[in-house]
Design a protein around this ligand. Sequence first.
Ligand code: FAD
Length: 457
Amino acid sequence: MADSYDVVVVGGGTGGYSCALRSAQLGKRVALVERDERLGGTCLLRGCIPTKALLQSAAVMDAVTRADEFGISAKGEPDWPAVRAFEDRIVDKLVSGVTGLLKARKVDVIRGTAAIGPGPSVVVDGRTIAATDVVIATGSRPKLLPGVEVSEHVITSDQALWYPNIPTSAIVIGAGAVGLEFASFYRSMGAEVTIVEALPRIAPLEDEALSKELARAYRRRGIAMHAGARVQSIGEAGGRATVTIDVNGQATTLTADICLVATGRAPVTDGLGLEAAGVATDRGFVKVDGQFRTTVPHVWAVGDVASTPLQLAHVAYTEGIAAAERIAGIAVADIDYLGIPRVTYCTPEVASVGRTEEQARAEGRDVEVEVFNFQGVGKANIVGEGGIVKVVAEKGGAVLGVHMVGPWVTEQLSGGYLAVNWEATVAEIAEFIQPHPSLTELFGETVLSLTGRSLNA
Ligand code: FAD
């Protein structure tokens, strides 16, 4: 009996623990297999939480650097061991929180590396555990460019968290969320930063207006950027990282203390025995349908390892819960990935939900668009930071997309999030009154402007 469960989850990250907790809540006997010493996976140990702790230290540094603008005399400099100690404290607290929750729900945590066996079952270091249902939640790891290896001066986000010092200069390859956040962090800490992006613009998956506004802000912060740049080589010479790039046929060699490669993340499936178990993959990711079923009955996959569109913690969390409910026989609607909030915690922050203007037009919709600047809002002037809000709507109809760059926009997206997911119309949202003075006034004003009633347009 001890080696037989209703649900065995492989992987103790966000997707895995949310699935285990919800399964236990639904009355299942659950085991969770994790090979790392600690639970929490990428988000808690190497991703969202430690990087946001670093970015909080960066925000304090920025406030000190700009203190005189606000009439305060202050001087300060980063103390890297203390910054890391702050980061560790936050991580430790949250890891123990998750560990406690699993214990309280009586989920058996099994330490070791799992493979998928027949039945289905899970084999953990030679021990077979029978299960009615198995959930694969093994996550992802940083993807390096072909031929590039991690070394003293060439690192990924994993090594950046434990690097012995703050570099005085950094080349960041890749201008997606991870690259943009580290570029922002290093710059706040005083480093010379250069971003290299293969696609024509930074934040390439966002609405073009956001990319342009962010590029302006980064330029003002003194961050150099090469978009549309092909990396020809990455290496080390004379104790520094060297990167040769090609922009419009022109080769340039850049050097810096470190080169951080942030070119995406690859699924972790090594040793899982997927092929032998008959679990199909799609470009390396475990192939799932809209309900997280793999090609083998009673074997499911969620989170970064699954072939679903977004690699984000709140996506893994939602998928884990949805899979647990499906396993328990509860009808669950397919997730609408377009309605999921996308967030990047650089300075200024980036947040968006729904369709970009380009996507809405490509669908053949009759689209109207409004863009407002944070400088038109009193609170943004007090905070001393700029940015934009862009709303994409069906002419005279529903809000299709909300796109923001600016101070704390990751906290302000919720109004736009509700509007898009509730399929609210511009006229309905324009009725809501925003508090004054607040940064959320800008979303309200942008929507109001689409009704032709803004006094500021
Ligand atoms: P993971 O968290 O990777 O967990 C997988 C677990 O499975 C790991 O603990 C691993 O040890 C275990 N495992 C793997 N193979 C086996 C095996 N064979 N046997 C047993 N155990 C195994 N997302 C956001 O939403 N917001 C953010 O701000 C954000 N910031 C990020 C910053 C960085 C630098 C990075 C790298 C990622 C960030 N993410 C962010 C993404 C987020 O961390 C991931 O989407 C999320 O953690 C994925 O969860 P998961 O459960 O799918 O996988």
